[in-house]
Design a protein around this ligand. Structure first.
Ligand code: UT7
Length: 332
């Protein structure tokens, strides 16, 4: 019997309409468009506005679009994983809410938290269920309303993040395409550098935690930057080497979009020219778990069956990883 591989067979993404430009941030905090663009590469980001609008709104739009685009009936989906650090609420899982909104009734749905590496963690998890033969149609959705945990008085973080969602359909194939290899890692000693101080079981919400602004992202930019560059490049180069891939063999690198300078450093270590690196950070900022699907979605029409693609991500935890896949279809 031929070996079963897990392949991405469809992709869709969604961002809210409202755009927060650097010029607007200049009025909110002590910053400049010049600083933001030169230090991060970001010009604008999309923000979900309105009362009672949570991450499931973003995820639902992405999944509904994916079902429609791929001609998949909701009842055919047998698993849905939502990668997020901004769930609608502590429980139930946002994945359950998205499934309900989309009429997905025959799936087991759960959230996965690996911060900015969440999409890769979810993709690799889903691929194992596909390869085992137990599941045939899995949706992996990365969705984050980062604006719900961003402190818009903190200039070092508020300029970076945006809201968005991206969804992938994964199915089995016996062709030599799909996920070929993965390296996933984590190191909990990174927690002090990037976390949310309150709202969990250590410091439940109280007047004190709210007054101290502890429900927002806390990030020490420089140590995170250094770790991100080193670890993401290490795994991306390792996955190239152990699959005998030279820079010439790679069609695209799809890096997590946290900072243009991080992306450029990784591409340099891999020996890749600019044209082979997907970058759209200037229009979306860091959307955490949806950066990678937002790139794949925008480049989908240029992708061809058999293209060698390397995904790489780094995030809070610390978590990081790289996936090597062969693209499974030609876009119509
Ligand atoms: O996606 C998950 C993982 N996260 C990341 O990968 C993020 C990694 N870190 C970064 O991308 C960068 O460290 C930041 C974009 C967060 C910050 O850039 P940086 O070049 O590392 O700046 P810095 O923190 O070293 O700060 C340099 C200066 C400081 O001023 P002083 O102390 O030198 O006077 C900051 O206060 O820039 C100042 N600064 C700003 N100035 C204008 C920080 N944010 C701003 C701002 N506008 N928005």
């Amino acid at each position: 019997m031929n070996k079963i591989h897990a392949a991405i067979t469809g992709i869709h993404a969604w961002v809210p309409e409202y755009i927060l430009y650097n010029s607007e941030l200049e009025k909110m905090v002590d910053t400049t468009d010049e600083w933001i663009v030169s230090r991060t590469g970001i010009k604008e980001r999309h923000i979900l506005r309105g009362e009672g609008q949570g991450t499931s709104v973003l995820g639902t739009e992405a999944v509904k679009g994916l079902l429609e685009k791929t001609g998949t009936k909701p009842e055919e989906v047998d698993m849905l994983i939502c990668a997020t650090v901004t769930p609608d609420m502590q429980f139930p899982a946002t994945a359950n809410i998205i499934s309900h909104n989309c009429g997905i009734k025959n799936a087991f749905s759960f959230d996965l938290n690996a911060a900015c590496s969440g999409l890769l963690y979810a993709l690799v998890t889903a691929s194992k269920f596909i390869q085992s033969g137990t599941h045939k149609k899995i949706i992996v959705v990365g969705a984050d309303k980062m604006s719900s945990i961003v402190d818009y008085t903190d200039r070092a973080t508020c300029v970076i993040f945006g809201d968005g969602a991206g969804a992938l359909l994964m199915e089995p194939t016996t062709e030599e395409v799909g996920i070929r290899d993965s390296i996933m890692e984590s190191d909990g000693s990174g927690m002090p550098h990037l976390h949310q101080k309150a709202g969990g079981s250590v410091r439940p919400a109280s007047h004190e935690t709210v007054d101290a602004r502890e429900h927002f992202i806390y990030q020490e930019g420089q140590p995170v930057f250094k770790f991100a560059v080193t670890k993401m490049a290490d795994v991306a180069v390792e996955i190239m080497e152990r699959n005998n891939l030279s820079a010439n063999d790679i069609t695209y690198l799809v890096p997590h979009q946290a900072n243009l300078r991080i992306i450029e450093a990784i591409a340099r270590r891999m020996g890749l020219e600019k044209e082979k690196v997907m970058v759209n950070i200037e229009r979306y900022g860091n959307t955490t778990s949806s950066t990678i699907p937002l790139c794949l979605w925008e480049w989908e029409k240029q992708l061809k069956k058999g293209d060698n693609i390397i995904l790489a991500a780094f995030g809070g935890g610390f978590t990081w990883g790289s996936v090597y896949l062969k693209w499974a279809y030609d876009s119509k």
